[in-house]
Structure formats: C-alpha cells, structure tokens
Design a binder for this molecule. Structure first.
Ligand SMILES: NC(=O)c1ccc[n+]([C@@H]2O[C@H](COP(=O)([O-])OP(=O)(O)OC[C@H]3O[C@@H](n4cnc5c(N)ncnc54)[C@H](O)[C@@H]3O)[C@@H](O)[C@H]2O)c1
Length: 391
C-alpha cells in the first residue's frame, strides 16, 4: 500500500469499545483511514449497524468479512478468547490486525497468533492506548535510559478500576473462566501490567494472591496482589482491584539514583546528586541532595492515537506504539499470577505455557458456562471516561 492510499478498516465486535472505534473512524477522527466494514455476530446488532452506518458493509460472520475484499486491515474488539482465532484467520486472509487487549487469554494460544502474524508479513498491533500517556512515556525514558540508576523497587497500586455488580451482569461472557478467562488482571489491569513491564522490564519470578469474588458475585478474581523479583534482585508489588472506592492510581519506582512517583496526573522525579550505593559505601559525611522535577499529564484520546499509528505503520512503515507480540508480556504476568495463586507457589519466568493452558481448561470445564452467542453488553457508543488513564 502506498502512503497516498487510505487504509480500508473493518471492525469486528461492535459492542462497547468496537462502537467507540467505529465512531472514531467513521467520524473522520483517525487520519489515513476509512471505515468500510463492520462485523458483529449478534444478528440484532448487525441490523442496527446497517441503519447506523448505511454506507458501510455489515457482516454477521467474520469469515464473510475476510473474504469480502472490502478491507486492508481489521480491528478485533470481540471478547478476549476470540482474539487469537480471529487474528489468525485475518492474517491468513492477507490482512493487517489491531487486536484489542488482552491479545488472548493464554500465552499458548496468543503465541499461535504471533506466529501467524510473522508468517503473513502483515502488521500486528495491540490496543495499549495508555502507552500514549505522556507520564508513562517519560517514566520509561527515565528508567530505561538509566537516569534512575539501578532499579531497586517498583510499586503500583492501581485500584481505581471500580466496577459495580451491574457491569459484570451486563455481558454474560464477563467474569467467567469460560467467557473471559479471568477477572481484574485479565480485563482491566492489562493496561497497567503492560506499562509496568514496558517501563521496568519483565521480572524473572512472580508470586500472587488472587481473591475470587471478594466484592462481587463472580467466579474470577476482583482483587489481586503480585510480588515480583527482577533479574538484578529488585522487587516489585502490583495491587489491583475492582472493589475499592475511592481507588488509587500510584506508581512509585525507586532506583539507586532517584525516585519517580506518578499519582494524581503528575510525575514527580527526584534525582540524587550522588548514587545512593556510592554514598552508602563512601566516606562523604554529607547525604546526597536531590533535584525535583514535576511533569503534568495532558488529556489525549489514546485509542485514536493508536488507531492512527496503526494506519501510519501500514502506509509509511512507522514503528507501532505497541507491537502485537509485546502483548505476550502482560499476558505472561497475568497467567503467571493465576498459576501462582492456584498452586500457592512462585512461578519462574519464562513459565510453562502448556501447564497453564491445562490448568485454565480445567477451570473452564468446572466453572460457570458463559453463553458467548448472547455476549453483547448494553452500550450506546459513547466514549467512556473509564477507558482513559484515570487518576
Ligand atoms: N482498550 C480499551 O480501553 C478497552 C476498553 C473496553 C474493552 N476493551 C476490550 O475490547 C474487547 C470487547 O470488550 P467490550 O466491552 O466492547 O465487549 P462487548 O461485550 O460490549 O462487545 C463485544 C461485541 O462482540 C460481538 N462478538 C462476539 N463474538 C464475536 C465474533 N466471533 N464475531 C463478531 N462479533 C462478535 C458481540 O456480539 C458484541 O457486540 C475485550 O477484549 C475488552 O478487553 C478494551
């Protein structure tokens, strides 16, 4: 495709977020794209779509969309289990793919989609819209660029993913092992798990406690705490919940040269005059001083930024904000946390994906049965504030 041509986009799964993406593209808010196809397996929704977007091709079956020749690329916004299956078929049909997060429910299946993407040579992106947030970008530069020295500790309390019971009741795929494959770690926290590893790197060991149905009538966890260890001996704690109100969003990263705290829409950086390790073993009686810098957040629509970047990567070869295979990292943290909670033991990374797959399938077999054919949530296409970075 030459840069002059616009990307003909199709969207699969026109529920909450799929409708928001459709409206963004249809409304002309995503440069370099045109909405040419929509697909929803719910016949009633497909009929509505025909009326709402009269000049767009509408399909009930993704296979028909893939074979239609109406699109260059697809955005997959269906429930998580179907992301790998649909993406693999899209790649086999010669299409570029932007998958909603998480890229799948288990690493074993997600690796198959990564392999299909490689074999196709097409672009594979994942919707990690919070990677466009200025504060997280800066934190990554500081940690990866060495400004904080050696990592000592990272602590993220991300408990402002509050959900009412009515949210869980709104779509019957939600909060079941068979329909969703997990709870807060699988649905809400993927953004934070991704940012955590994007900024601090992947740990080598994960230990977790996941409380099932602690605050809601659900069979998966709505409260989780991870304790991780990095290769250099640094430690990390990640606490998330959909049951805390008011919640907290506070990321604190400590290194030998200073500290970052991101909270309330502000990044505060304290940089030491001397590395703490040097001071600790040195003879200087004066404690190091520090300089403080403060950066404020800016509100941007991260979803549209990721969609536009996906189109530019297809047209001009731009680097993707989040490459599809990077979605494996947060999924590994999530899967490892579940395995640790189920076995009561810490999990070393890389983990045994097949062992996890088998343990998940056992939960699916014995858990509640989600009716995926009736999966649609109630929605009106409005862009929900909860999808942004919230402070
Ligand atoms: N990036 C974000 O900020 C963000 C926000 C919300 C949701 N999401 C992700 O988007 C996905 C969808 O979530 P949602 O809240 O929009 O769900 P939803 O239940 O509101 O919508 C899902 C839609 O997909 C349709 N569908 C199901 N299987 C299908 C298939 N095989 N082919 C075609 N259509 C199919 C359903 O009929 C429904 O209309 C999830 O993976 C979720 O994690 C991401």
């Amino acid at each position: 495709m030459s840069g002059e041509e616009v990307v003909r986009l199709g969207i699969i799964g026109i529920g909450n977020i799929g409708t928001a993406h459709a409206n963004s593209v249809y409304g002309g808010h995503v440069p370099g794209t045109v909405l040419t196809a929509l697909c929803d397996s719910d016949p009633a929704r497909a009929r509505e779509l025909q009326e709402l977007y009269p000049d767009v091709a509408v399909f009930e079956d993704a296979e028909e969309l893939f074979a239609s020749g109406t699109v260059d690329a697809v955005v997959i916004a269906t429930p998580h289990y179907s992301h790998p299956t649909l993406a693999i078929r899209a790649f086999e049909s010669g299409l570029h793919v932007l998958s909603e997060k998480p890229i799948g429910v288990s690493c074993a299946k997600a690796r198959e989609m990564v392999a299909a993407a490689k074999a196709s040579g097409k672009r594979f992106a994942v919707m990690f819209n919070q990677r466009t947030n200025k504060l997280f970008i800066r934190a990554r530069e500081l940690v990866q660029g060495g400004a904080l020295g050696e990592l000592k500790r990272s602590v993220w309390i991300i408990t402002n993913w509050y959900r009412k019971q009515s949210y869980y009741d709104s779509g019957n795929w939600r909060a079941t092992w068979s329909g969703e494959g997990g709870g807060v770690l699988m649905n809400q926290a993927p953004h934070n798990l991704d940012l955590w590893q994007w900024i601090c790197g992947m740990p080598v060991q994960v230990q977790a406690s996941c409380d099932v149905g602690k605050y809601h009538d659900i069979e998966v966890e709505d409260d989780a705490t991870l304790f991780v260890r990095y290769e250099n001996g640094a430690t990390g704690v990640f606490i998330t919940s959909t049951g805390d109100y008011p919640g907290t969003n506070r990321l604190e990263i400590t290194g030998t040269r200073g500290k970052i705290v991101i909270e309330g829409g502000t990044l505060t950086l304290q940089t030491l005059s001397v590395d703490e390790r040097t001071y600790c073993f040195g003879t200087d009686p004066e404690k190091p001083t520090w300089e403080t810098a403060v950066i404020e957040d800016e509100k941007i629509n991260g979803h549209r930024a990721v969609l536009a970047n996906f189109a530019r990567s297809i047209r001009y070869g731009d680097a993707l904000i989040a490459r599809g295979e990077e979605g494996l990292n947060e999924l590994t943290l999530c899967n490892a946390a579940y395995l640790s909670a189920w076995t009561g033991e810490s999990v070393s990374l890389p983990m045994d994906d097949e062992a996890y797959q088998a343990a998940l399938e056992e939960r699916v077999r014995t858990g509640r049965k989600a009716q995926l054919s009736k999966s649609r949530s109630t929605h009106n296409g409005e862009y929900l504030a909860r999808w942004n970075t919230n402070w």
